[in-house]
Design a protein around this ligand. Structure first.
Ligand code: 13P
Ligand code: SF4
Length: 312
């Protein structure tokens, strides 16, 4: 174990802190986390931890969700600049206008939103539970779904609904292209394509499995005999290779082969050094306006309740 890892472990014990990490984090950060998971699992762990400090190795909205659920705890994110292009594509003031223009609609928001958007929401979803939560409403329920157009359109397609979908997207998932995936399939004809529902509809159509990071991982663990082309942020390959060491995982190539844009630059901002420093300094800390938090907590808790009922 190197010095920095020992320092982090020591600080964590001294401060009764828990480190939560998303699958898109750098491998070395994932390896140090107490829990690694998808957006839903991170919210569930945050809600039940008895630690005094939560270090959210993920992006800002994940830290906000933890803070809204645990207002008495200190929530740290190693780099506060770890934002999210999808959350940015849905400013709260514009979303509020949209909601006001559609009275009588139930508002369902993806967890990749600011606390201010969640405060305008009836129920929050993640990619693990979005379809089931939408389906828990009557077929003719009038629904606004924001902000991810790809996930929203995908749910409309598989459920036959006509939700009004906000026109937002994630810059990482948007850039996967049919052309590059077909090219990769030509080199690996037996490979199955795993795709996250934040990918464009054209990519989802050619995927063998569509699911959240946790669902894609679960599929690979259950069927390790296949080769996989993975169309989501490349950080997930770390856990996939750990859990299925004999399986070949191929990251779906970015549309521009000169960039590493199948990696989320926000997620990669968190490093071991910043993790150590934030535990040592108990900063940077996530804060949420209490008035916003008071409204945002209800739709998040509703998501956790429905997920528990559905066994997710
Ligand atoms: P999940 O964690 O729900 O798979 O979503 C991926 C994502 O984009 C997180 O930012
Ligand atoms: Fe946001 Fe996309 Fe990064 Fe996830 S991968 S945090 S949706 S920018």
């Amino acid at each position: 174990m190197t010095d920095i890892r020992e320092e982090i472990e020591k600080l964590k014990r001294e401060k009764n802190a828990v480190i939560l990490g998303h699958y898109y984090q750098r491998g070395e950060v994932q390896d140090l986390a107490d829990f690694v998971g998808d957006s839903l699992a991170l919210a569930q762990w945050a809600a039940r931890t008895e630690a005094d400090i939560i270090v959210m190795c993920g992006v800002h909205f994940m830290g906000e969700t933890a803070k809204v659920l645990c207002p008495q705890k200190k929530v740290l994110v190693p780099d506060l600049a770890a934002g999210c292009s999808l959350a940015d594509s849905c400013p709260a003031d514009a979303f509020e206008r949209f909601v006001r223009e559609h009275p009588g609609y139930t508002v369902i928001s993806y967890v990749n939103t600011t606390a201010a958007v969640k405060a305008l929401t009836d129920v929050v979803v993640t990619s693990t539970n979005a379809r089931q939560i939408v389906e828990s409403f009557p077929q003719d329920e009038k629904i606004i779904f924001g902000p991810d157009r790809n996930l929203g359109n995908y749910i409309n397609a598989v459920t036959g609904r006509q939700m009004l979908v906000w026109d937002g997207a994630c810059h990482v998932h948007e850039q996967f292209s049919v052309e590059k995936i077909v090219e990769t399939k030509r080199l690996h004809p037996d490979a199955l394509v795993l795709a996250h529902p934040e990918c464009k509809g054209s990519v989802l159509k050619l995927a063998d499995v569509v699911g959240s990071t946790a669902a894609l991982l679960k599929y690979a663990v259950r069927h390790p005999e296949h080769t996989y082309i993975v169309a989501t942020e490349a950080g997930i390959l770390h856990e996939m290779r750990k859990q299925c060491p004999q399986t070949t995982f191929i990251p779906a190539p970015p549309s521009d082969s000169t960039c590493a844009c199948n990696e989320c630059s926000y997620m990669r901002l968190n490093t071991l050094e910043k993790l150590r420093d934030c535990l040592r300094d108990e900063s940077p800390e996530i804060t949420v306006d209490p008035a916003i938090a008071a409204r945002a907590v209800r739709p998040i808790e509703r998501m956790l309740e429905i997920s528990a009922r559905l066994g997710l």
